[in-house]
Design a protein around this ligand. Structure first.
Ligand SMILES: Cc1ncc(COP(=O)(O)O)c(C=O)c1O
Length: 368
């Protein structure tokens, strides 16, 4: 038999393939269920912003044309909203892709890439693709241990990922701690603040990554239209950072990473204040309901600043996840993050949350 592996880039086989939460299509095909509550990928349960839909529909007739490569209108809009120069912003097909761009633009073989454990899996993939060496620092009580991360930064450290709020725990690092961390960041390291869930945080102690960028620090902030604005399926996110960093990302960016429809939808969504408020209200109500129910069942959970909750079922959660799946509820089992008794559940609509809680009660044998 021919050795096909010799063609494959060194290190490729060390890359673990990212397996996302099951899609509705997959669950339907596997289990033949018609009604599925997708509470696995932190999407927006209220659908896309209606203004995004309207803008998309208008744009459909133009899809014979390639997209506007730099995303001119969006960059202008965002630059005004955030009071930041246009050359300090770049858009791509999802914050996921921005993470890949950061990997391609920054990581040399052997560079150390520091991150929490557990955190968003995609940082590890981006590091491994480029031959970087992921270095993990355990969370402390489900929160980034910035002091321990600080101590571990060395001459080989190139990137430090801080996911704030953190996925999967939903926890945040606070401004005073992050201020100290940023001010002590050595010159050889760049801090990547993944702020994919920033729109959901109302706490006054939550730091805004943009402040560090405006002060000239080696910081990149990542944001997305997948969560609050409800257009995850279109794939659009962006990075903010120092000019030289953004220029480096643009050099490795695909020629047309953001489709015309996605650009139009994002512009529409930005104008949809009503939808934004509705989503935040639904999220807060849903979070309160779920957490109250967890308390009734004596299930500890991590206080969440996001649109999902990380809850300890105090037993192996893999089987429970399978049972929930058979009832048409998709969540993420904690074994994915080496927390086998936890699950991560996205806050859904009122009906979905109730359906989930009733199903969970049945699965863990906790009566109504
Ligand atoms: C922490 C974090 N960063 C980035 C992303 C990716 O966002 P996008 O949909 O824009 O690629 C996600 C998606 O769930 C996430 O949880």
């Amino acid at each position: 038999m021919k050795d096909m592996q010799r063609f494959i880039r060194r290190g490729n086989t060390e890359i673990e393939h990212y397996v996302p939460g099951k899609s509705i299509e997959e669950v339907q095909a596997e289990l033949g269920l018609s009604e599925i509550a997708k509470m696995a990928s932190n999407e927006n349960p209220l659908g896309p912003s209606p203004k995004a839909v309207e803008a998309m529909e208008k744009e459909l007739k133009n899809v014979n044309l390639y997209p506007d490569a730099p995303c001119t209108l969006l960059i202008r809009e965002m630059s005004e909203r955030l009071s930041i120069d246009q050359d300090m912003i770049t858009f791509s097909n999802g914050a996921d892709n921005c993470i890949r761009l950061i990997g391609s633009a920054f990581i040399n073989e052997g560079d150390e890439i520091l991150m929490a454990d557990p955190t968003f899996f995609v940082y590890t993939t981006a590091a491994r693709i480029m031959g970087g060496r992921p270095v993990y620092i355990s969370l402390k009580k489900h929160v980034h241990d910035l002091k321990a991360m600080q101590k571990r930064i060395g001459p080989r450290t190139k990137l430090v990922f801080v996911c704030n709020p953190n996925n999967p725990t939903g926890s945040i690092v606070r401004k005073d701690e992050l201020d100290d961390f940023v001010s002590e960041l050595p010159e050889n390291a760049v801090l990547v603040l993944d702020e994919a869930y920033n729109d959901f945080v109302s706490d006054e102690g939550y730091p805004d990554g943009l402040d560090y960028i405006k002060k000239g620090h080696n910081v990149i902030s990542l944001r997305t239209f997948s969560k609050l604005y409800g257009i995850a399926g279109l794939r659009i996110g962006y990075a903010l950072g120092q000019r030289d960093f953004i220029a480096a990302l643009n050099r490795v960016r695909e020629p047309f990473p953001v489709s015309r429809v996605a650009q139009a939808a994002a512009l529409g969504a930005l104008k949809d204040e009503e939808f934004r408020e509705k989503v935040l209200k639904n999220n807060e109500q849903g979070k309160t309901y779920l957490c109250e129910e967890f308390e009734k069942m004596a299930l500890p959970y991590v206080p969440s600043y996001t649109n999902f909750v990380f809850v300890d079922l105090k037993r192996d959660s893999e089987g429970i996840s399978q049972s929930l799946l058979r009832k048409g509820i998709v969540i993420r089992p904690g074994c994915l993050w080496k927390c086998p008794s936890f699950i991560r559940v996205t806050i859904g609509t009122t009906e979905e949350n109730k359906k989930f809680i009733n199903a969970l009660r049945e699965c863990i044998g906790y009566g109504p």
